[in-house]
Structure formats: C-alpha cells, structure tokens
Design a protein around this ligand. Structure first.
Ligand SMILES: [Zn+2]
Length: 353
C-alpha cells in the first residue's frame, strides 16, 4: 500500500513530459509546458494536448482541450493502456515496461477468444479511441443518458462510440499494425470500421479488452442488425464475466444494456447476449452455486430461462421483472433499482464494487 508521499516520489521520478515522450508522443516546448497530439482521441489540426510541468514534477498535469482528458502522470498511463491504478503504478515503478502492455490477459477457458499481442494492442487502442470519442459526442452521450446510463458507468465499463472514420489513422499514429486490426475484425475490407455508428461495449479481463459488441445508436434501419459482435476468430464471450465471478449469486441478463444497467446499480452479473443457450454457456454458468435469471419477459426470454431452470434446477432463480420487458427499461426510472431489488426477494443480492 503506497502512502501519499510514496506516490509523490513516484511522480517526481517520472516527469509527465518524459513519460509521454517515451510512450511515443512528439512534444513541442513552450515555456514550462509542452503541447502535442492527444493520444486519447484522433487529434487533427492544431495539437490539443497540453502538459504543464513544474519544478516539483509531482505537480505535473496534462489536459486535452478537445476531449477533456486530463490528470497526473498515473492517470496518463492508465488512460493510455486502460490500466488499473496499481497496474499504472507498477508500470511507472519499472516493474512493468513503459511501452504498451501487451501482457496476456487471463483467459477464461470457456468464454474468451484468444488473440495475439498485436491484435490485443489494436483492440485496446480502439477501446481507448472509441471511449474518448463517446465522451466528446453529445448525441451519443444523450442517447445513453436517455437510457438511464450516466458518466460513471460509461467510464467504468469503458463504453465507446464509433464515429467511423478515425481508427485507421489513429492506429497508424500509435504505430500499431493495421493488419492486426483487420484480423481482429475492427476494420473491414476497404478500411471501413466494423462498428461505425454504434455504441460499443468491451468485454474486459484484467482491465484489458478481449472482445467488443456494438449497438446501433437509436433505432436501426430495417436491413441493419441492432447488435453486432466482433466478427472472425473471436468467439462471443459472456459479457461481464469479471463482475460476476466474485458474486455469491450473480444476475444473468440478456442484452448489453441490461448488463450496463446492473453495473450502474453496482450489481454484478452476466449478459448472455441473446437467448441461445450454448453448451459453453451452460459450462460457464455451472461454476456458480446459485444465479438469478433476469431474462426478457417475452417468449424467447422465458424459453431460455426455462431451459436453464431445467438444467440447473434450484440453483437457477428466475426473476419476475416488475412490469417491464427487460432490465434496461428500469434504468431510467427513479425507482428502477428498488423495484428490481424487490423482484429479487427473497434472495438478497450483495452489491458489487
Ligand atoms: Zn484529447
């Protein structure tokens, strides 16, 4: 456990401008501060990132005038590679290399696609870009707000928005191989972005994305699928695995927005991302002694829930949703969380961190 003094010492040993330069940023000095292109959005034209340096380097901070990213050197490293606080501290202490992490995320055998280092680096960069694009997009933020999702949930779950014309240039600028982005399915032949126009949600393992799913912003046109997962070699995992594994009785829901709703309420759970219950889903659920089933209250949802009850017996606890079609409909309601908690009775659920 580091004290405030330890953190200050660590920051003094890692002046922000030096760390940014080691991470590949080209910086221009003006007096005691530096400017450069912001690594957290596709920074075109005049550079938007400002790094302010002080005699005591523990006071150094950065700010982007376009996307609003900002903070100290630890925040910078965290944002750049989507690291937790302890991971960023370890990186700065030199126990982990300062260049891109490229460390293998723990893979859960039944549910996680496996990628090479270059693919994982591209996926992590895409999640960073898309997340900051969302924070800069009034329409996409408005859509999420209407659905009851606030900034803290968006940040915790690294939710993003894909404008659709930024990824290739951003990856080139980060010196990441475009071919890997094609292999992982982020780019389509011709260079178009797979998730253009969609809200995207990553599946994170040890803070690193292993997969992405996107939902059309607003109502989709007839020929457009509402949801789209990362295509290709990456198999569809269960969304939210790490929020569920620590729970005594996790909540199984159907869609991305149901799961985001659980997270906004501080509850752990998993999204099946559909109603097809494959053998590997059964295999994954078999590790839980009990779990709630809060699937949609339509025919497909009830059939999937019945199949799970038939398979797991009393370990699967079906939830009668309180007058709504799915969990996400409760998110914008002022008493949505309370109504859901009442529906979980008589089995109290522990609120996750
Ligand atoms: Zn920026």
């Amino acid at each position: 456990m580091l004290s405030i003094d330890d953190i200050r010492t660590l920051k003094r040993a890692n002046p922000l401008a030096e760390v940014a330069a080691r991470c590949g940023l080209e910086l221009c000095r003006t007096g005691s501060s530096y400017t450069g292109r912001c690594p957290f959005h596709h920074d075109q034209g005049r550079p938007n990132l400002s790094i302010c340096c002080f005699t005591d380097a523990s006071d150094d901070f950065f700010h982007c005038f376009r996307c609003g990213a900002g903070g100290d050197v630890i925040r910078f490293v965290r944002l750049l590679d989507n690291l937790s606080f302890p991971e960023a501290v370890a990186r700065l202490q030199g126990t982990a290399p300062i260049q891109r992490a490229n460390r293998p995320a723990p893979i859960t055998r039944t549910t996680a696609p496996q990628w090479g280092l270059a693919e994982r680096a591209c996926l992590a960069a895409a999640v960073t870009l898309y997340h900051h694009s969302l924070l800069d997009d009034v329409q996409a933020l408005g859509y999420l707000s209407e659905r009851g999702l606030h900034r803290s949930t968006i940040e915790r779950c690294r939710v993003g928005y894909v404008a659709g014309d930024e990824l290739a240039r951003y990856l080139a600028w980060r010196r990441l191989p475009l071919r890997a982005a094609f292999r992982v399915g982020l780019l389509k032949p011709g260079g178009r972005e797979t998730f253009a126009g969609r809200i995207v949600v990553p599946e994170l393992r040890s803070a690193q994305p292993i997969w992405l799913i996107g939902r059309v912003l607003g109502e989709p046109r007839a020929e457009t699928p509402k949801y789209l997962g990362l295509p290709g070699r990456g198999r569809k995992p269960l969304l939210g695995w790490e929020s569920a594994v620590g729970e005594a009785c996790p909540i199984v829901v159907e869609s991305v927005f149901d799961w985001l709703t659980l997270r906004s309420w501080g509850m752990g759970g998993l999204a099946l991302l559909g109603t097809r219950v494959r053998p590997r889903v059964l295999n994954a659920l078999s590790r839980f002694e009990h779990f709630y089933l809060a699937l949609n209250s339509d025919v497909a949802g009830r059939e999937a829930a019945q199949l799970l009850v038939d398979t797991f017996g009393q370990r699967a606890l079906p939830v009668e949703l309180p007058g709504v079609k799915d969990v996400s409909e409760l998110a914008p309601l002022p008493d949505g969380r309370e109504r859901f908690l009442r529906a979980l009775n008589p089995w109290p659920v522990r609120a996750a961190a």
